[in-house]
Design a protein around this ligand. Structure first.
Ligand code: G6P
Length: 606
């Protein structure tokens, strides 16, 4: 999704901005641009496609300026091309924008009447013209007046050629972080863009603005009330966002899972009492005992983790659970009764639908517990209480390690709530002992990577794929199908295995590979029967089965084995071969695994 970087200081801005844009590449984008302020006017260059195209178009002799803003765009209004790329310019003002200005069409009509001419199809260009229209010698005031007139979401950075060391930033609904340096200051939509220069950051909240100069950072609300913000220190390092010898971030992140899963539960388990301690959940035992219903809100892969959580919480904590697509929940009239706890799951902590659904749930009286990865993200800051999954930066657009860490945390929350209800200490202890083995079991699955690569070769040229599972393996079927379609562009669907008879069975012939998640659990026999139905129609079968299971091997074309575990933790093991399968299929097909077409890592527009 779109990315913003800005710098004002004493060093040449262009190379800092290009480096920052490269650190934001993982978010997904289709064009990029840069505006540099120089003593004799601003220099703006934009290009469609990769940042290397932008770099190739830069005239470095023209780039001698120490203040500038830059952007990676992910198209919403208007196709990806040079005209629609940011920065957009009106008069002497340049602006980059993440988010969507919803009333841009009405504003455009008014501005056109005043003689304004537009050269792009974007909502952003309307905003820069609006600011220019309201400009009367003071950029901060013009930005404030303009933002009072717009509906929608924005994170923006604005410069003016007459004040060549000034950057004005503002946010509503789209993240923005200030990097505080020594004689230089930065602005970005993602902390990764400024990390090479400073570890001191200020996270802006909705409705806030910042005025940056080389030696000063002034924060205020968009309605011009001065505010004091806390400067925070970033605790992770740049090494964590580099590939570490792997060909792709996604592969690195798949292989990190034994460590990231352990990091998710490290120091949080109490095996002696079969209980857990989660420091971020500031609810009393009484409050925890009085939770009557759970609503899980999330999107994408995080939603699939939520579905696994539903099985866990119902089975072991005996609580009714609903898992909602955040985007649907926020526009319905959801019923929140007293005693409702909302688990809000988001890797990035910035997904706009999840954030807004969380706000809606809170407005209606639910208690909010955020489960996020990115420290300091908006969902983390706005949750009443929360748990970080501690997976480290996830760069690959297709989420892998965040999923297994989210499921791990949902397991801990299940034990926390279960132990305040029906779950015995013995059962809790058993579950925690099993959890402690999971990182080694995951490693055992990862050790089969070469075999999975061989199977991927066989299926790389197929056009469709079906994923089937029952019970807690149904969300794993959904996640397996999502992984495949996201990065290899093969049409894939996940289904509850029994539902196959109600439609998808019509698709099955020798050209339809079917992935069965068929581990030894209470639904095992039934899934094997479904497998026979596929075999009878000549479908090709890849089975994920439990180590030692010889029956499945007789029915499937290929079997990938996972070690046995308790039902609650089995999905963490079953998803690993599916992650590797989609990775290797995508590589075979020559797809850009880390930056799949049209997708974004952090979806900050509705
Ligand atoms: C995007 C990403 C997915 C992710 C989803 C939700 O679509 O490409 O990988 O699962 O957003 O993101 P979140 O950060 O809220 O977990």
């Amino acid at each position: 999704m779109c990315g913003i970087v800005g710098v004002t200081g004493t060093q040449e801005a262009a190379s800092i901005l290009i480096e920052g844009l490269k650190r934001l590449e993982y978010r997904g984008y289709d064009s990029a641009g840069i505006a540099i302020q120089r003593p004799h006017g601003q220099y703006v260059v934009k290009e469609k496609g990769k940042i290397r195209n932008l770099e190739a178009s830069l005239d470095w002799n023209e780039l001698k300026g120490t203040c500038g803003i830059a952007h990676t765009r992910w198209a919403t209004h208007g196709v990806p091309n040079r005209d629609n790329a940011h920065p957009h310019v009106a008069g002497k003002i340049a602006l980059v924008h993440n988010g969507i200005i919803e009333n841009y069409a009405a504003l455009k009509v008014q501005l056109r009447k005043k003689g304004r001419v537009f050269s792009s199809e974007t909502d952003t260009e309307v905003l820069v013209h609006l600011i220019d229209d309201l400009y009367d010698g003071d950029l901060v005031t013009a930005v404030q007046k303009a933002l009072a007139l717009v509906d929608g979401a924005f994170g923006i950075a604005v410069t003016h050629a007459d004040e060549p060391d000034l950057i004005v930033g503002a946010r509503r609904g789209s993240p923005l972080v200030v990097g505080v340096g020594d004689g230089e200051n930065f602005l970005a939509s993602d902390v990764a863009a400024v990390m090479g220069h400073t570890r001191q950051v200020i996270y802006l909240d909705d409705g806030e603005m910042v005025v940056l100069r080389p030696g000063s950072v002034q924060t205020m609300t968009i309605s011009n009330e001065a505010i004091t913000k806390e400067v925070q220190e970033i605790t992770w390092d740049l090494g964590q966002i580099q590939k570490g010898g792997f060909e792709h971030f996604m592969l690195k992140e798949i292989f990190e899972q034994p460590t990231t899963i352990r990091d998710a539960f490290r120091g949080r388990t109490l095996p002696d009492t079969g209980d857990v301690k989660l420091g971020g959940i500031q609810l009393t035992d009484w409050e925890l005992r009085n939770i009557r219903r759970i609503i899980i809100l999330a999107c994408g892969t995080s939603w699939h983790a939520g579905l696994v959580g539903e099985y866990m919480l119902e089975e072991y904590a005996h609580l009714p659970v609903e898992v909602e697509y955040a985007s649907e929940f926020r526009y319905r009239s959801p019923i929140i009764e007293p005693g409702t706890l909302c688990l809000v799951i988001s890797q990035s902590g910035e997904t706009i639908d999840t954030l807004e659904a969380m706000r809606e749930a809170r407005r209606r009286g639910a208690k909010i517990l955020g489960i996020t990865n990115v420290v300091g993200s908006t969902i983390a800051r706005e949750s009443e209480c929360g748990v970080y999954i501690h997976a480290g930066p996830e760069i690959g657009v297709a989420s892998t390690k965040a999923f297994t860490s989210q499921v791990t945390i949902l397991g801990l929350i299940t034990i926390l709530l279960g132990r305040r209800g029906h779950l015995s200490a013995d059962r809790g202890t058993q579950m925690l002992k099993e959890l402690d083995r999971v990182p080694d079991l995951v490693q055992r699955v990862l050790d089969q990577a070469e075999r999975i690569k061989d199977i991927a070769r066989v299926y790389a040229n197929h056009h469709n794929c079906l994923y089937l599972g029952r019970g807690v393996n149904f969300p794993i079927a959904l996640e397996g199908a999502l992984k495949l379609k996201e990065i290899s562009y093969i049409h894939a669907e996940g289904y509850p295995a029994a539902e196959m008879k109600h439609g998808p069975i019509a698709l099955i012939d020798e050209n339809m590979p079917v992935v069965f998640i068929c581990t030894k659990d209470s639904a095992y026999e039934k899934v094997v029967s479904n497998m026979m139905e596929v075999r009878a129609r000549k479908g090709r079968i890849i089975a994920i089965a439990t180590e030692g299971d010889t029956e499945v091997a007789q029915r499937a074309d290929h079997v990938l084995y996972v070690p046995p575990s308790i039902p609650m933790l089995q999905p963490i093991l079953s998803v690993i071969p599916l992650q590797l399968l989609s990775y290797h299929v995508a590589v075979q097909r020559g797809c850009d695994v880390d930056q799949p077409r049209n997708l974004a890592k952090s979806v900050t527009v509705e």
